[in-house]
Design a protein around this ligand. Structure first.
Ligand SMILES: Nc1ncnc2c1ncn2[C@@H]1O[C@H](COP(=O)(O)OP(=O)(O)OP(=O)(O)O)[C@@H](O)[C@H]1O
Ligand SMILES: [Mg+2]
Length: 411
């Protein structure tokens, strides 16, 4: 029997909802710190928390004071970030409350891509040449020095929002003009007015789902990632474990571990994005949290029977962690996207989804009458299919086949 602990989460949302579920199922008291009382409904975790505290989750003092002024003052056993955007603020508050977690400085580097790039450089972790810029003139100069093609991106966003593939100074001017108008991102967090120009790294992309304990992986697997055709980078397929480049697996994991150490993350879950260039693996970014896109909540469970969220709650509570695979299978998630911009006339082929044995779950959101666009970021995707199989190839092929059988016609 578990002893009931009091575990607080900052704004469970998207992947972070699985934290609340894991703690709830373990029998702990779940306290959710939210920016609005509506959020359990909005993010879909009604019934799996015990109490809500309302705070401005964009403000460290507000989170800290809300806890101090509540009945939980001095009683929390853990404070866990359950949205990436507030992870650094949560880390700071946890430090102030004497609770364990990722060091604030490390969380800050994981949240800000410029600080992360500086850390990789300092620690000789293979990354991309980069320059932080504020104005178009600076961006143009940086791109010229680095050499086209380059990538222009915000320093503190996610979901590929505002990430541009750029071939020349004309494209750069247009993208930069758009980017400086992008002021506020999810949950009203401010987009920093400093941007990155990065060298474009060519090669296949992977992510590493990893859980460190004292700087060593307790668990690590390489996920194969397919993104939409350039100039966009929208994730359209993830396969666990990767079906290609098996011989490079160790090198990819070692690179991810060195990036985490450079950032200062030595414990807990991470999702590290890597491109396999001609000169070997190079870091795209480190996220100091479990992978989103249902990678951690579904694919890891299907492929290995492990629960990284439960492990994370145990890590924060300093109780034993079990990440031993219960089986070795494979899983994939494929996303449906529009081939062109337009208004949807009809969506067909959905019946096939119910007949496939390999399918674990599907959620197709597009409907006749919807205005759709070629996906520019994750939010433009039109639904997903999760499959499992005995091999990666099998899970991946089935997901692709089923996606192909869904046809969208346009008005
Ligand atoms: N320097 C680069 N070279 C090549 N591709 C890149 C580079 N930077 C970003 N990308 C591509 O753009 C995608 C999104 O970039 P990045 O991960 O930095 O932004 P993000 O908003 O955090 O994305 P997400 O939350 O979707 O992972 C990457 O997964 C990769 O495919
Ligand atoms: Mg990314």
């Amino acid at each position: 029997m578990t002893t009931q602990k009091i575990v607080a989460f900052t704004e469970p949302s998207f992947y972070g909802v699985s934290f609340a579920r894991a703690a709830y199922e373990q029998g702990h008291k779940v306290v959710s710190i939210v920016s609005s009382k509506e959020n359990p409904v909005k993010y879909g975790y009604e019934g799996i928390y015990h109490d809500l505290l309302v705070a401005d989750i964009r403000n460290e003092e507000s989170i800290y004071n809300t806890i101090r002024n509540s009945e939980y003052n001095g009683k929390l056993d853990a404070l866990v970030p359950a949205t990436d955007y507030a992870s650094h603020l949560t880390a700071k508050v946890a430090e102030r409350l004497g609770l364990r977690g990722i060091p604030y400085e490390a969380a800050l580097r994981a949240r800000n891509k410029d600080l992360a790039r500086e850390a990789y450089k300092e620690h000789n972790v293979p990354g991309a040449r980069f320059k932080k810029v504020k104005t178009f003139e600076e961006a143009k100069e940086a791109a010229k020095n680095i050499g086209y093609p380059v990538v222009l991106k915000p320093t503190n966003c996610a979901s590929s929002q505002g990430v541009y593939f750029i071939n020349n100074s004309f494209e750069l001017e247009e993208a930069f003009t758009n980017l400086i108008d992008f002021k506020v991102t999810y949950m009203n967090f401010k987009v920093r007015e400093e941007y990155l120009i990065e060298e474009y790294i060519d090669g296949e992309e992977f992510s590493v789902e990893i859980f460190l304990k004292d700087k060593e992986p307790l668990f690590a697997v390489v996920t194969e990632k397919v993104t939409s055709p350039l100039p966009y980078f929208v994730e359209v397929l993830h396969t666990i474990p990767a079906s290609t480049n098996k011989d490079k697996e160790k090198e990819i994991i070692d690179t991810a571990v060195s990036a985490l150490k450079a950032i200062g993350i030595f414990d807990g879950p991470s999702h590290v994005e890597v491109k396999l260039s001609a000169s070997g693996p190079r870091i795209i970014e480190v996220n100091g949290r479990p992978g989103g896109d249902l990678i951690s909540s579904d694919l890891l469970v299907q492929a290995f029977g492990i629960d990284i969220f439960e492990a994370t709650v145990n890590y924060y509570l300093d109780t034993p962690i079990n990440l031993k695979p219960r089986w070795n299978r494979a899983a994939a998630i494929g996303y449906l996207t529009a081939e062109r911009n337009g208004i949807v006339a009809e969506v067909t082929g959905l019946e096939d989804l119910h007949h496939s044995e390999a399918i674990v779950r599907s959620h197709i959101t597009v409907q006749p009458g919807n205005q759709v666009t070629v996906a520019r970021n994750s939010d433009d995707r039109l639904g997903y299919i999760i499959t499992s199989g005995n091999t990666s190839q099998e899970a991946k092929e089935t997901a692709l086949q089923l996606l192909k059988s869904i046809k969208i016609t346009y008005k």
